[in-house]
Design a protein around this ligand. Sequence first.
Ligand SMILES: *[C@@H]1O[C@H](CO)[C@@H](O)[C@H](O)[C@H]1NC(C)=O
Length: 215
Amino acid sequence: MAWYFPVLCISFVLISVALASDPSPLQDFCVSIPNSPVIVNGFACKDPKLVQANDFFFSGLHLAGNISNAVGSRATPVSVAQIPGLNTLGISLARLDYASWGLNPPHTHPRATEILTVLEGTLLVGFVTSNPENRLLTKVLQKGDVFVFPAGLIHFQHNVGYKNAVAIAALSSQNPGVITIGNAVFGSKPAIGSDILAKAFQVDGNIINQIQSRF
Ligand SMILES: *[C@@H]1O[C@H](CO)[C@@H](O)[C@H](O)[C@H]1NC(C)=O
């Protein structure tokens, strides 16, 4: 039986790697046709003979995002919607801009792990592990520091400095998705009943109404 356990462990590792990001491409590339009526797991492929270098190109990440909003941050995604050539490739980027004390509020990417590197400024970052521990892991990052947010976990970044901050995040999906917790829970359309949220959050319904009015 001694051989059995390592073989089982290796099998689990191989299986989990195979399932950890977007499906592997079965050809060199599958440049997306964004408006195709054909729905597949991703987008339909453009004729490879018609593919151009520009299908793999995006320009604009030198530009700061607009941080004039309630939270003082902006994510500029570069995913399959911006680069059709990312279709099926399981990777994407985002530029993140933060005002002084700006916050990228708690959110999760349902389809991706994120690896973030700070280009400018100082960020307090953190994520929370799943039930039942719900442990918060945090770190203060300086320019050049890198931090990982495991797939699916709720995470945030807070600019804890007096000047603007900039980061670049890479994500293990062509289309990582974003669920911002406040927007999804308190800003859904139509709204989740305040009686439901009052019970879930163990507070009075008036408090829920007040929070919902902010979204
Ligand atoms: C930034 O966003 C604010 C609020 O939506 C808007 O008023 C402002 O014009 C925007 N600034 C730029 C440069 O786009």
